[in-house]
Design a protein around this ligand. Structure first.
Ligand code: SF4
Length: 457
């Protein structure tokens, strides 16, 4: 299966790719289904299940579902327009998506949080229904938000891994072992193989423009986060810290006051800036999810701002390499916290960032694979237990630590020749098995871990 770099890195909105972006995408898909019907639909009803119900309010899943059914999509999301639309929908109790007549939809009555058992296909399920004039269901679809903003219908999920209908790619690696063999045989880097695969779907100019835009959005998100102060929404009273940390780092610069480990604070400030923006519902790039959106941008920014010889010209290679590793993890295990815990989110992001950094530092494919493996291995077992279901604690700080591990992993790999005991494929499979065995309360339900042990939460 081909997973594009633009599947792994998508411009979207916070706070969660699976709980915010996914339901919005599901709403858009359901509207397309309604447009294709030969009969008229008069009203809508929606129910959220499993993790979407348990942590839905904290992740703004209800808002995202309403907006999705009103025709909003993550890629062209505008916060002011969305606020106005939500107020209008609550007042008129109807949505008016393009290409359809107005549809009755009273969020207070027609949007349900179902706290029963999760739907059978995945922890993040939602059912969308179209109604006749009497309120009876005449069209219904079940969607699963499987992480990273990817959405599948129940039938697509049951049909196995989603297939890609595009032309064959020249380097169809689906394991790290195959990737390394192809790199050895072709004498190409992982980034170059990934680039050639991408060029079967779009021309070079479109690929380069897309990669440029991804970095521009990532970088703008860091800058906005570093310039923003205040309290994050959601009721936990979490204070934004990236701006203050960044200011103190700037003030210390050149004064010979700081210990060498202060470089970790720079990485944390960059990552926290992104995740504070995400928590505030701002524009981010899923990398590979919103909860883990800070790790890759922070690692790139650290490299650009602090590593001699770094050049923005190499950013495409960083992103392509990171996407190749993210694709292997998604295909063979998961990038979803609801499926495998935080090892699948921040762990995957850290592996992707480590691989990207090793690549632009001049690493061989074996060193790149080693970097990804080290980063993933040392996130194995990490649970997902966001306090109050908000993507704030532990998520914001955790992205900083994910970036720090990514840099250490890349650096360690560059001190070896790429040979190592645990193959990346073994680490990915271990992550999958560990996620399968992990108790549900540690998989984005906020029923265990920090979520139940932080006082007054
Ligand atoms: S704990 Fe990790 S997986 Fe869970 S919401 Fe936070 S970042 Fe995502």
């Amino acid at each position: 299966m081909f997973l594009s770099v633009f599947d792994m890195f998508k411009v979207g909105i916070g706070p969660s790719s699976s709980h915010t972006m996914g339901p919005m995408v599901a709403g858009a898909r359901f509207l397309d289904l309604l447009r294709a019907q030969p009969f008229r639909v008069f009203g809508l009803r929606a129910s959220l299940h499993g993790s979407l119900a348990f942590t839905g309010v904290g992740h703004a899943t209800d808002r995202a579902t309403i907006l999705g059914l009103a025709g909003f999509t993550p890629a062209d999301y505008d916060a002011d327009r969305a606020e106005a639309a939500l107020a209008r929908i609550r007042e008129t109790r109807e949505v008016a998506p393009e290409g359809l007549p107005p549809l009755r939809f009273d969020p207070a009555r027609d949007l349900a949080f179902d706290y029963g058992p999760a739907l059978p296909g995945h922890a993040n399920g939602l059912i969308l229904r179209g109604l006749d004039p009497q309120g009876d269901v005449i069209v219904e679809e079940t969607y699963y938000s499987i992480g990273g903003g990817f959405v599948l219908t129940a039938a697509e999920l049951a049909g196995g891994r989603a297939t890609d209908d595009g032309p064959p790619v020249p380097y169809p690696f689906d394991t790290a072992a195959t990737m390394l063999r192809m790199a050895r045989d072709s004498r190409l880097s992982i980034a170059e193989m990934k680039r050639r695969n991408e060029l079967t779907r779009r021309d070079p100019a479109a690929l380069d423009a897309g990669l440029r835009r991804i970095w521009e959005v990532m970088n703008a998100c860091i800058d906005r986060g570093l310039a923003s102060d205040g309290i994050l929404p959601g009721g936990l009273q979490v204070k934004r810290r990236a701006m203050g940390i960044h200011r103190s780092l700037l003030a210390e610069r050149g004064l010979n006051l700081t210990a060498p480990h202060t470089i970790n604070d720079w990485m944390s400030a960059y990552a926290m800036a992104v995740n504070e923006e995400n928590a505030a519902g701002g524009q981010v790039v899923t990398a590979p999810t919103n909860g883990a959106a800070g790790v890759v941008p922070a690692t790139i920014r650290y490299w650009l701002d602090h590593v001699p010889g770094a050049s923005p010209r190499q950013i495409p290679d960083f992103l392509l390499t990171a996407a190749a590793i993210g694709g292997l993890i998604k295909y063979n295990a998961s990038i979803s916290g609801a499926e495998c815990g935080c090892q699948a989110e921040v762990g995957s992001a850290s592996a992707m960032a480590a691989a990207g950094l090793a690549a632009v530092l001049g690493g061989t494919p074996m060193q790149v694979e080693n970097a990804a493996e080290i980063a993933l291995e040392h996130h194995l077992g990490m649970t997902c237990d966001p306090v109050r279901g908000l993507v704030q604690v532990p998520c914001i700080e955790r992205n900083g630590l994910g970036a720090i591990k990514a840099v250490s992993a890349a650096s360690l790999s560059m001190r070896g020749d790429g040979t190592h005991l645990v193959p990346l494929d073994a680490a990915i499979e271990t992550m999958r098995q560990t996620g399968e065995d992990m108790h549900t309360k540690y998989k984005e339900t906020s029923l265990g871990g920090l979520a139940v042990n932080v006082p007054n939460c």
